[in-house]
Design a protein around this ligand. Structure first.
Ligand code: FES
Length: 173
């Protein structure tokens, strides 16, 4: 698994992406977006950032500052499924913390909420869990997004059903 995780999009792929963006405004941003999309784990490994820096003549520090500024760029391998749990006030008052605690336990990270981290990926790379500040759907709290699909008024039972649907099957840690 480790070997495949380090396998970035191939140099050939990256060069192809760069050639399509040559002379376009905001080229580096577009190149990074495509390179991440091309990566099987939807992230930008160091070797990819270095290659983009070399081939575009953009300082590596600039590449990193772009990749860390925009929240949609990932510098760590992402899971097959992405679960976003809202930690905004409305969702918090309607139980998002306990949902997140339950989710973290189900996915083998019972310490996650207390850790202060904002995301984790399961060891099998099946799930990435992230917290978000607000989906702008506070009337539907608590809100959870799974692979881009918003689920509203999520309950503990609803959460387990969602996990089962996307393949976890409710395994306890
Ligand atoms: S606080 Fe959760 S959607 Fe706004």
């Amino acid at each position: 698994m480790k070997a495949s995780l380090s396998a970035a999009a191939s140099e050939h792929d990256i060069l192809g992406i760069i050639s399509r963006h040559t002379d376009k405004p905001g080229a580096v941003l577009g190149i990074l977006e495509e390179a991440q999309e091309k990566n099987p784990f939807k992230y930008l490994p160091p070797e990819t950032l270095k290659l983009i820096s070399e081939k575009t003549g953009t300082p590596l520090s600039r590449i990193y500052s772009i990749a860390t500024f925009y929240s949609f760029f990932n510098l760590q391998p992402q899971g097959e499924h992405t679960i976003l749990v809202c930690r905004g006030t409305a969702c918090h008052t309607r139980g998002s913390r306990s949902l997140l605690e339950e989710l973290s336990c189900l996915l083998g990270r019972p310490d996650f909420v207390e850790s202060g981290e904002h995301s984790f990926t399961t060891a099998d790379n099946k799930f990435t869990v992230k917290t978000v500040a607000c989906f702008g759907q506070c009337a539907l709290a608590p809100v959870v997004s799974v692979d881009g699909v918003i689920h509203s008024r999520v309950t503990s039972a609803g959460l387990k059903a969602i996990l089962t649907r996307v393949g976890k099957g409710g395994k306890k840690s």
